[in-house]
Design a protein around this ligand. Structure first.
Ligand code: TAP
Length: 478
């Protein structure tokens, strides 16, 4: 097969203006942290320091929660829904207007390819604000009673894999429902949340309605444990989710947890193979596999396994890894050296346990944090790489003979966030979908998101739903 060389097509970073340092966004203003602590945020593709960002301490958390409470009582909860909706529409339009700048900033701070931040993350961010803007004056029709009330102040903690998109998933429904928020972005990806703070000012959002506190895990902990908080919304690892659930147990706080996953992507022998190969690639190599609902376990029917793996490997050899700002790039940088260590450690465990490791020929850049697309075959259900979330571009392949065996293997996981089914038969899709213990089941596609669709997990993948009208319920007193 001929291979084509691409000339580099770098997106310019001139559109972003990264400040040498940032404060905290509290009560509509950027302020310095009380104890003056700061940390660095780094470009994972180059290891260059991008900026120094404030680390919020307990007193800053208190200031932010107090500001959110005051804004809740004096303005936000008093505004008619249609007025709140106007602000949300304004935020949505400003996100769209500044989409290119935000996409470049996201790729620089996170390492994800510009193609993805530009074509997936940013359109979905705007879509979430538009969608929930439309709900703000229709809460009585959300199916949770005729006159639902907001909860108050929401503490929101998000991870680094989709920084601005997770912010949108959290802030848009909370504000539409009449709550005010204090949000903590992940330590390694604070910059787009800080750009969003600027958008809140541009939109003239009343001070204190949305507050952004940068910081590490301790800031998140102080925020979710603050007694002035009415609602906790967390997306991140199962381990931290458990600690949060324990810390708020017995309090009046309402909690939603969106945690990890180990999704099965199940390919039957009657599946359209080329489409399935694209779905497998999108399922696990999109966003470097830093996706909670990634299709990290491929379950393929034994009779087509050899052919499917052949085609998959040929396809993987065409993926381009490198500069996240190059529009040709398919696989960007791993977000942090800590995450790279974890991916390496689990991949090494896969080899030690006897699975066969394969990657296409792939030059890794000298600087930055990178991991090539990797496939493990000969994986059994007992292997760590079949059970633990790797959160990287690593696919574990298992085979099955019958639908019942596929189902049994797919459900044999402590997680339950998502799953995929590839088959020509509608009846089989329905049979599988009814039996798979997963919050989202994709049929002949994978990793599709829409603000109208609820998303969330079973078992160790957490509880509560985000997205759709179900996502409103989590922010309403019902
Ligand atoms: P975590 O280490 O859990 O971090 C998530 C967020 O919680 C970060 O902002 C983190 O701050 C903060 N945090 C850390 N310790 C905390 C504590 N004790 N109390 C309160 N907040 C605390 O996860 P991660 O490594 O960033 O993200 C990867 C995980 O998130 C994966 O397991 C993935 O599956 C899951 N995830 C799930 C979903 C959904 S929707 N289910 C979506 C995306 C990611 P620092 O960044 O400073 O550590």
């Amino acid at each position: 097969m001929p291979t084509f060389e691409y000339a580099p097509a770098p997106e310019s970073s001139a559109i972003v203006d990264i400040q040498p340092s940032y404060g905290l966004f509290i009560d509509g203003e950027m302020v310095d942290p009380i104890d003056g602590s700061r940390f660095k945020t780094v470009n994972p593709a180059t290891e260059e320091v991008l900026s120094e960002v404030a680390a919020a301490g307990p007193r800053d958390v208190d200031r932010a929660v107090t500001a959110a409470r005051a804004a809740y009582q004096s303005t936000w909860s008093q505004l008619p829904g249609r007025e709140r909706g106007k602000y949300l529409f304004r935020l949505a339009r400003l996100v769209q207007e500044r989409a290119r700048e935000l996409a470049v900033l996201e790729s620089i701070d996170n390492g994800k390819p510009i193609r993805e931040s530009r074509d997936v993350d940013l359109p979905l961010v705007a879509a979430h604000f538009f969608y929930y803007a439309g709900w703000a004056d229709k809460l009585g029709y959300a199916g949770v009673g005729p006159d639902p009330r907001p909860l108050g102040v929401a503490a929101q903690v998000i991870p680094w894999n989709f920084p601005l998109l997770m912010l949108a998933w959290k802030i848009a429904p909370a504000l539409a429902a009449g709550n005010t928020v204090v949000l903590k972005p992940a330590e390694t990806t604070p910059l787009t949340a800080l750009a969003f703070a600027d958008i809140c000012r541009q939109a003239d959002l009343p001070p204190g309605v949305a507050n952004i506190l940068t910081g590490a895990g301790e800031t998140g902990q102080a925020l979710v444990e603050h007694p002035g908080v009415d609602k906790v919304a967390f997306t991140g690892s199962t381990e931290v989710g458990r600690a949060i659930a324990r810390s708020v147990a017995g309090s009046r706080k309402k909690v939603t947890l969106e945690l990890g996953g180990k999704a099965a992507n199940v390919v039957f022998d009657d599946a359209p193979i080329d489409q399935a190969v694209e779905g497998i690639v999108n399922g696990i190599f999109f966003n470097q596999g830093h996706v909670c609902c990634a299709g990290s376990r491929l379950l393929v029917q034994e009779s087509i396994a050899d052919e499917l793996l052949d085609r998959l490997k040929r396809r993987l050899a065409t993926l381009r890894l490198g500069d996240p700002l190059d529009k040709n790039t398919d696989i960007g940088a791993i977000n942090s050296s800590a995450q790279l260590d974890r991916i390496r450690e689990l991949s090494h465990a896969g080899e030690l346990e006897g699975a066969e490791r394969w990657s296409p020929p792939c030059d890794l850049p000298d600087r930055g944090w990178w991991f090539p697309p990797t496939v493990f075959t000969g994986v059994t259900q007992a292997h760590r790489i079949a059970r633990e979330e790797i959160f990287g571009p690593v696919l574990s392949v298992l085979t099955f003979r019958t639908p019942a065996e596929a189902l049994e293997k797919a459900n044999n996981t402590p997680y339950g966030l998502s799953a995929g089914v590839w088959t020509d038969k509608g009846s089989r899709i329905l049979w599988m979908a009814q039996r798979l213990r997963a919050g989202v089941v994709w049929a002949n596609t994978f990793n599709r998101f829409d603000p109208t669709s609820p998303f969330g997990g079973y078992k160790e993948s957490g509880y509560g739903r985000e997205g759709g009208r179900h996502g409103l319920e989590a922010y309403l007193d019902v």
